[in-house]
Write a protein that binds this ligand. Structure first.
Ligand SMILES: [Zn+2]
Length: 287
């Protein structure tokens, strides 16, 4: 699933192509009505056509196109979920892209093609971004996301740290790949309860989250399965991960085999030596 680095890569790719362009058309492929949920495709199209894209931002894993028109601006929000991609194709591009579910035609003849094998992604036209994105936690790469802010969030959560990092209301944009990578970089076991992390743990985790996300951005994201950028190319960060989907392979730091467990129903990869299990003596003394 595309996470913050993948969605941000798409945003940066699209930005110079779409800002200033006017929406000229919207087509939904047969059987793809699920992508815009219950909205009538003609109503959806009418809300977009004739408006000029004046900005493209990202919040968590959502892309937000700001569209100016005669009245107040609206936002086209896109969430790619598991297998979605948003492709930019210049005028007269080869028409063949697989699993295209919706096409936004722009006034210069170029197209934004929403492709999605499993049709789990979603598009909305809303008057404020919050209507689509809901209550999201802070952006981990923003200056406002400090170690103190992360400590405050974690101190209130008696749940495995992995689960808290995946909770978009706690922190926006992290998914299964980068939570595993950040916890490894911070040497924190994924099942430790968030509110038991020490100040030093949280400081390491804060640095690790930012470093892991920035490294992945530098490598244009991770393509384990379906992710491609706005030009349809794969990222390369999957070649650089330290633990994610490396089950049974040696840890790059200590040589111990990377283990896989389930945390909150999600596959979780970690090094049993570098990320020691929560101290069980601590548990018995508490009960
Ligand atoms: Zn190790």
């Amino acid at each position: 699933m595309p996470e913050l680095p993948e969605v941000e890569t798409i945003r940066r790719d699209l930005l110079p192509h779409v800002v200033g362009r006017t929406v000229a058309g919207f087509r939904l492929s047969p059987g793809a009505s699920r992508v815009i949920r219950d909205v009538d495709p003609e109503v959806f199209a009418r809300r977009l056509i004739g408006r000029r894209i004046d900005d493209l931002t990202r919040r968590g894993k959502y892309l937000l196109f700001r569209l100016e028109g005669a009245q107040t601006p609206v936002y086209l929000a896109v969430h790619l979920r598991m297998t979605g991609s948003l492709l930019y194709r210049p005028p007269q591009a080869d028409p063949a892209d697989a699993y295209v579910r919706a096409v936004i035609a722009l006034d210069d003849g170029s197209e934004l093609r929403y492709a999605d094998l499993r049709k789990l992604g979603q598009m909305w036209v809303v008057e404020s971004p919050e209507e689509a994105v809901g209550a999201l936690g802070p952006e981990p790469l923003d200056a406002a996301f400090t170690a103190a802010k992360l400590r405050e969030t974690l101190s209130q959560r008696r749940a495995p740290i992995k689960s808290v990092l995946l909770d978009q209301r706690a922190i926006a944009g992290l998914g299964n790949i980068y939570t595993d990578e950040a916890l490894f970089a911070a040497r924190i076991h994924p099942q430790r309860l968030a509110n038991t992390l020490t100040e030093a743990d949280v400081n390491r985790l804060h640095r690790a989250i930012r470093r892991v996300l920035n490294d992945a951005l530098g490598n244009r994201g991770s393509s384990f399965r379906d992710y491609v950028d706005a030009a349809g190319r794969e990222g390369t960060h999957q070649l650089r991960v330290k633990v994610f989907r490396r089950t049974g392979q040696p840890c790059y730091v200590c040589g111990t085999e990377i283990a896989r467990i389930k945390v909150g129903g999600r596959s979780t990869h970690f090094c049993p030596h570098c990320q020691p299990a929560p101290d069980t003596r601590d548990w018995s003394s508490r009960s």
